[in-house]
Design a protein around this ligand. Structure first.
Ligand code: F6P
Length: 364
């Protein structure tokens, strides 16, 4: 099957490598199929409200290394449950899915390439089940998608977090302080785990292993007794104390959209440590720095591979699938197999084993 005209959108939180994928899909569709390419702006909102732009080899020139997405994105515009806020602050929920499908058909597109994380790909699957030819491409810094070894964006975020750890090491050592770095990841500890190992953390706290404060204190005291009166703690935003809850931001804007915003565990932890240990404690929250900037080489290559493979899958009519990395190859997996699932770090993970073997504490 040939491709005459295709559409692309990026949904959910941004990350590095999105433009690498947009460029790859555009170039593969034009070079291999002489197709015309349309990019929807602001995620699914562009599809609902007719906001789009033509993409060409020329317009996607030089974007390989550029962070963010030239199309814009949103983690708010779910067409099946679109939330609109009245002046009185009241929320109205609309189903705009039919409007979006009508728009898609009017544009005579052969395929919609949806680049996103679990929420976005779940929406993509809902469209597929209503007859829209869809191919999904897995993105997120959290690396929490089922069925793929890695999502693009993750390795760049790990690099940023590990660079931050290096910097905290030097200042923490100079001042004999406990330095805490809070990183993103939602309910998965992948960023904290990989960047913690890469950055030489003494303690790594992840959502999958609820921590005991006594265990952390023990590790810090052990280091003091051994002549190292400083400790570096990597904590994932979704980490929680044994028997406790994740810490959510009260003022989180995303709550209006029905989504909890995590954050604050680094400060909470600092208070717990300060009470018991006679060292100064400082917290750094890395936040969206992990999502911005230039993709590293791994994410550029992965993004380019996923994009070109997605075009090949579309040309073969293999809709309703996500392109996935099953090292060393790319494969197709049904979008429905991802529905509602989050891939957390399994307790049997060799990464955890490796870290514990060399003395890193998980606060067990
Ligand atoms: O899913 C990506 C992510 O960066 C999470 O790690 C984080 O919890 C969330 O998005 C932050 O969302 P927002 O950009 O809406 O603050």
């Amino acid at each position: 099957m040939g491709l005459n005209r295709i559409g692309i959108l990026t949904g959910g939180g941004d990350c590095t490598g999105l433009n690498a994928v947009i460029r790859s899909i555009t170039r593969a569709a034009i070079i291999q199929h002489h197709a015309s390419v349309v990019g929807f702006e602001g995620g699914f909102e562009g599809l609902i409200f007719d906001r789009d732009q033509d993409l060409t080899v020329k317009s996607t020139k030089d974007i390989l290394t550029m962070g963010g997405t030239i199309l814009g994105t949103s983690n708010k515009g779910n067409p099946f449950e679109f939330r609109e806020f009245g002046a009185d602050g009241k929320v109205d929920i609309h189903d705009y899915s039919e409007k979006a499908i009508r728009h898609f058909k009017r544009m005579m597109l052969d395929c919609l390439f949806v680049i996103g994380g679990d929420g976005t790909l779940q929406i993509a699957n809902q469209f597929y089940e209503r007859g829209v030819p869809v191919i999904g491409i897995p993105k997120t810094i959290d690396n929490d998608l089922e069925q793929t070894d890695y999502t693009f964006g993750f390795q760049s975020a790990v690099q940023v977090a590990s660079d931050a750890m290096d910097r905290l090491h030097t200042t923490g050592r100079s001042h004999s302080r406990v330095m805490i770095l809070e990183v993103m990841g939602r309910t998965a500890g992948w960023i904290a785990l990989e960047a913690g190992i890469a950055g030489g953390a003494h303690i790594i706290l992840i959502p999958e292993i609820p921590y005991k404060v006594e265990s952390l204190l023990e590790k810090i005291k052990y280091r003091i007794a051994g002549g190292s009166p400083f400790s570096i703690i990597m904590v994932a935003e979704g980490a929680k104390e044994l028997g406790g809850e994740e810490i959510k931001m009260e003022s989180g804007e995303n709550r209006l959209q029905g989504v909890d915003q995590l954050g604050g565990v680094g400060f909470y932890l600092a208070e717990q440590i300060k009470k018991e240990i006679d060292l100064e404690v400082r917290t750094t929250v890395l936040g969206h720095i992990q999502r911005g900037g230039t993709p590293n080489a791994f994410d550029r290559v992965l993004g380019t591979r996923l994009g070109s493979y997605a075009v090949r899958a579309a040309a073969e009519g293999k809709f309703g699938n996500m392109v996935a990395l099953r090292t060393p190859n790319l494969e197709l997996v049904p979008l429905k197999d991802l529905a509602g699932k989050v891939r957390q770090v399994p307790d049997s993970s060799q990464l955890i084993q490796c870290a514990e073997t060399i003395g890193i504490s998980f606060g067990r």
